[in-house]
Structure formats: C-alpha cells, structure tokens
Design a protein around this ligand. Structure first.
Ligand code: F6R
Length: 242
C-alpha cells in the first residue's frame, strides 16, 4: 500500500485527478469506479476543470457506481445515480450510456446485486476505483464486521452513517436504512484502488487502515491485501499515523 500525504483536500483532489488523466491517456475507455459523499468532490472539480480547459479528453471514459440507496427513486436528487450524474457524468461531458450502477429500486434486490457484479465483470472489470472512508472505517457501505470476501449485496446502514448522511436530506427520517454496496471482495477486484481521506475526523480510521491489522472490524484495512492500493491523505487525516 502506498500512502501519500498532501497538504489539503484540494491538493489530494488534484493529485488523484492527474492519476485518472494519466490512466485515460493510456486507456481512453477505462472503467472508473466512483464514490459519493463529500470527500471526492475536489477530485471531480479538478477533472471538470481539466475537461473545460481542454487538457483532458474523457469522452470515452466509462463510469460505475460503488453503491446506491435502496428504495429511493432513481431520479431522487440524493440517489447516488442522480448524484454521480450531476457530479461526474455531466461535468465530464459523458452521457448516461457510459454509466452503470446497481438498481436500488428492484423488487428482487439480491438479483439486482448479482446482476451488477456480472455487469462489472462483463465490462472488463474496474480499472480505477475511488474510495472514501467512513469514520468507522467503512468503504462503500461495508460497515464494520462485513466479510472481506463479500460481493455486492444489501447492507443496513449504522445509525452513525445515517446521521453522517443526514446532511444531504431535509431530515434524518428521510435517510434510507438500506443500501446496495459493492462488497469488499468486489472492490478488491478493481485494478487500482485509490482512497482519499481528508480532515481530522478520519484520522483514527486512516491509522487503523494503514497501520492496524487486516480486520473485518475496519473494512478499509482490506486495502492492505491489494497489490495496487494508494491512500491519499491530507495532513489532518494523517495526524495519527506513526
Ligand atoms: C459513498 C461511500 C462511502 C463514503 C464515506 C465517506 O459512495 O462509498 O463509503 O465514501 O461514507 O463519506 P464522506 O466523504 O462524505 O465523508
């Protein structure tokens, strides 16, 4: 695992956007796995700037989701489908046809999860998966005690994660209780994992991810098992590293 400490979130975003641009110049139709939440926004801003200035042609990139709320209509502004369309797909000049995600409205939820795992492998696998990290060490929505071999499946959000996500909704009562998330085993199949963590609130989770034992109690620690994992942290998030 490679750990890169940057001064702040903006620098982390710029660094990761450069890595994505380098990938797209080698492989223009690379499949990029994207996360939602606040952390990756500086990456998406930097990529959009590159596209606007003409220094990046992302027109053949393919985008896939890491996770999705269960039961939220796909066109709800806070569904992860809508969020990724707004934050990534449209700013990069792509269309919905270059974008895939799990169906959080399917009646057969497990069928939708299995279909998504199949779709990812039929698409040739994820070339670069962006990850954030929860204060409890979750990646995707694999909360503590998730199997390190897990596949895409339905998970129940912890109350902490629902509270953390309530800022995107009018009230916590509107935050769904369930999500579909790529499993840890699914995530580990991506060719390159890039986790960005910023702010003091992530410092303990980062320390356990990077320096602790590999444990289902800290799902992000599974990155230690991956041959090409990069953890980019700002100084605040790095503050508990030894
Ligand atoms: C979202 C996701 C989550 C977030 C994590 C951190 O798609 O997979 O694991 O990355 O909850 O969220 P923020 O960045 O909002 O602190």
């Amino acid at each position: 695992m490679e750990v890169v400490i940057v001064p702040d979130a903006k620098a982390g975003g710029a660094l990761i956007a450069e890595a994505i641009a380098a990938l797209l110049s080698r492989k223009p139709d690379a499949l990029l796995g994207v996360a939602t939440g606040s952390t990756p926004l500086p990456i998406y801003d930097a990529l959009a700037d590159m596209v606007r200035s003409g220094s990046l042609d992302a027109s053949r990139a393919r985008i896939c989701q890491l996770d999705e709320y269960v039961g939220l209509p796909a066109d709800h502004p806070e569904s992860y489908r809508s969020t990724v369309l707004r934050q990534v797909v449209e700013p990069l000049g792509l269309t919905e046809s270059s974008f895939m995600g799990p169906d959080g409205t399917a009646e057969d939820v497990q069928g939708a999860c299995d279909a998504y795992d199949r779709a990812l492998s039929e698409a040739g696998g994820v070339d670069l998966q962006l990850l954030g990290i929860g204060t409890d060490g979750h990646i995707g929505f694999n909360e503590p005690c998730s199997s390190l071999a897990s596949r895409t499946r339905i998970k129940t959000l912890t109350e902490q994660t629902r509270q953390d996500n309530a800022r995107f909704f009018d009230s916590i009562d509107e935050v769904p209780h369930h999500v579909i998330t790529q499993g840890i085993g699914t995530i580990l199949e991506a060719r390159h994992l890039v986790l960005l963590a910023t702010g003091e609130g992530k410092a303990e989770a980062v320390a356990q991810t990077v320096e602790g034992p590999v444990s289902a109690l800290v799902p992000a620690s599974a990155l230690q098992l991956h041959p090409h994992a990069t953890v980019v942290v700002d100084e605040a998030a790095a503050s508990r590293l030894r």
